[in-house]
Design a protein around this ligand. Structure first.
Ligand SMILES: Cc1cc2nc3c(=O)[nH]c(=O)nc-3n(C[C@H](O)[C@H](O)[C@H](O)COP(=O)(O)O)c2cc1C
Length: 173
């Protein structure tokens, strides 16, 4: 079973969540966790594709919001490009490919924060992916800007990964 988790991350929180999701999947070969900067375009042979990124201005990042993130710290961003751009570069997904989307965002009602995962899930569906789970958000703190995951959230991501892995095994992929 081949699982690919593509993440975009500025300060590192979304990468941590991507790795927690992979840990939860408990597949013998291990899920591949790939920075969007190095993400493949050809997804032939993949059984499950998980895509996640930070929520910026209610949705997926853009070059301008990534620059704004970079301006707030003194170290380089984990990702240089975005999942918005990567998704736009993909052709139709391999037939029946199971997909799932997640984002990171502030722990406030979604009506105030938005959620990048909704747009990711929509794009993945339009490309022919079969959603294996509803889009999910994992929460980060706000002070300082790069404080990272809220307590308990990596464990929730691990559990989400475990449920996805179990669902994939049940469908026999
Ligand atoms: C430019 C910018 C815009 C942001 N806009 C939102 C937003 O609209 N909603 C939200 O919940 N969080 C927002 N955030 C917080 C990010 O979601 C948070 O920085 C991100 O989840 C951290 O993940 P990372 O460490 O992987 O970059 C914003 C952050 C930045 C830098």
């Amino acid at each position: 079973m081949r699982i690919v988790i593509v993440f975009e991350s500025m300060f590192g929180a979304t990468e941590k969540f991507a790795r927690a999701i992979a840990d939860g999947m408990a597949v013998s070969a291990g899920a591949e966790v790939v920075n969007v900067d190095d993400a493949p375009i050809d997804l032939t042979g993949v059984d499950l594709l998980v895509v996640g990124g930070p929520t910026h201005v209610h949705g997926m990042t853009r070059a301008t919001t990534r620059q704004s993130a970079a301006d707030q710290v003194t170290y380089p961003m984990r990702s240089k490009t975005g999942i918005r751009e990567w998704l736009a570069s993909l052709g139709p997904l391999p037939h029946g490919l199971a997909v799932a989307a997640f984002d990171t965002r502030i722990d406030k009602p979604r009506v105030f924060t938005g959620a990048a995962s909704l747009g990711v899930a929509k794009r993945l569906s339009r490309l022919g992916g079969r959603l294996a789970a509803p889009a999910e958000s994992f929460f980060v703190g706000t002070e300082p800007v790069d404080v990272g995951p809220e307590p308990g959230e990596p464990a929730r991501a691990e559990a989400w990964g475990a449920a996805l892995g179990a669902a994939l095994r049940r469908t026999g992929s």
